[in-house]
Design a binder for this molecule. Structure first.
Ligand code: FES
Length: 104
């Protein structure tokens, strides 16, 4: 891993929501908050809910299972501190969303 992976087109992500994509064997949540995109691993640290099926309020994504909240900018859980979601490095280029799964 380590290289940039194509995830989806920006206009395929509904505003204020997300979608789940698979890349290099990983399930990723691609989330759109206005013009900004955040990519997280699509597994809520609470009980494995799909964050890509969640929705966004106040720059946080809510897990659809039990509504824990995660800050988009750093994945930090604001419902139960210490249970952060994992952020994937991402960029939008020419209307395409790309992600890079870290070395870890
Ligand atoms: S699985 Fe996400 S809040 Fe419970």
């Amino acid at each position: 891993m380590g290289g940039w992976l194509y995830l989806c087109r920006f206009d395929e992500i509904p505003e204020g929501r997300g979608r789940t994509v698979e890349a290099a064997g990983a399930r990723l949540a691609v989330l759109r908050d206005g013009d900004a995109v955040t990519v997280l691993f699509d597994r809520c640290p609470h009980a494995g809910g799909s964050l890509g099926s969640g929705w966004i309020e106040d720059h946080e994504v809510l897990c659809p299972l039990h509504r824990w909240r995660f800050r988009l900018r750093d994945g930090r859980c604001t419902t139960i501190p210490g249970h952060s979601a994992n952020v994937v490095e991402s960029r939008v280029e020419s209307g395409e969303v790309w992600g890079r799964i870290g070395q870890g």
